[in-house]
Design a protein around this ligand. Sequence first.
Ligand code: NAD
Ligand code: IPM
Ligand code: MN
Length: 352
Amino acid sequence: MKTYDIASIPGDGIGKEVVPAAIRVLQAAENVHGGLEFKFTEFPWSSEYYLEHNQMMPDDGLDTLKNFDAIFLGAIGNPEIVPDHISLWELLINIRRHFEQVINIRPARTFEGLSSKLANPKDFDLIVVRENSEGEYSEVGGTIYQGEDKIAIQNAIFSRKGTERAMNYAFALANQRGKKVTSATKSNGIYHSMPFWDDVFKDVSNPFPEIQTEQFHIDALAASFVTQPERFDVIVASNLFGDILTDIGAAIMGSVGIAPAANININGKYPSMFEPVHGSAPDIVGKDIANPIGQIWTAKMMLDHFGETDIGDQLLRAIETVIQKGVVTKDIGGKATTNEVTDEIIKQLRRA
Ligand code: NAD
Ligand code: IPM
Ligand code: MN
């Protein structure tokens, strides 16, 4: 019996609806596969936890998480009760950084039977490699002066190591896929960091003559995601550009509710964290209409990370079938509830 110890953090809002749904699917996967056990330990760290404890997780929270095989997170954020920059920096971003989850991989592709938000979508299958530890997400800066003269200064940090790491990851991935890497840049307008980004991209691409490279300014790239997503394979992007591109990627698939993501610790020292692209969706909480597919596909990425690719692939096929059958939530044109979609995925998985 192979056991995986997984820390689950449902978090806020629909995180509390889609994480239990995905855990049900993983538990069904244990029986389908045999010889596999997923042991979940749940942590209630969330904005509500903050109201009670004045912190998003206990002082030894990171120590507690460190020994798990993976962290399975829903979403964090309830800005009505805790400002986002506090809840997210104390929990989500804290975990990403402390556990050196320096790469965020976020795929987007077409599914048969799923109507994309695009008028005439061609088949596409792309993956964004988002630098996940530095860039525009930085605490360096501050405010000066007061009142009308007040100025906020926000510095972006781009290290050669961090930039190379993300780009090398993208090239290695492209090598196993469509052999093309697109760099998301903005070296025409951002004076220091983006020309540096372009230089590093050139250096990193040198040992990969068989991989086609191109660079797009982020504004044009955002438009091309909408007009011709089929031309992309692997896209490497800074933290913020990657964040924005992957919500666009989700929208052109059909909904942010289906987009998965994996925060990868590439040196193997710490657990990786699996959380979908979407947030806590306060506008649909408690209605049983949250799309569980993003969280369930994220579970497949966790299985792949464990090396359990057979069951991961079966799970993706179950998702594909359920989409084709139209047993889906409102955001992608269906009438099913969160739990009905989940039950149907489990049913298809058992049939596999
Ligand atoms: P959001 O992704 O939560 O919601 C954007 C829109 O997408 C909403 O209309 C929502 O109803 C819809 N949506 C999202 N997930 C869905 C799902 N599974 N099924 C159906 N519809 C879905 O983004 P937001 O509104 O900008 O953020 C809400 C909160 O979540 C904020 O506090 C934000 O900071 C936080 N957030 C957290 C994470 C995270 O923890 N990883 C990610 C993004 C946003
Ligand atoms: C995401 C989210 C987070 C990010 C926010 C909530 C800090 O949007 O995971 O995509 O920007 O990384
Ligand atoms: Mn985002």
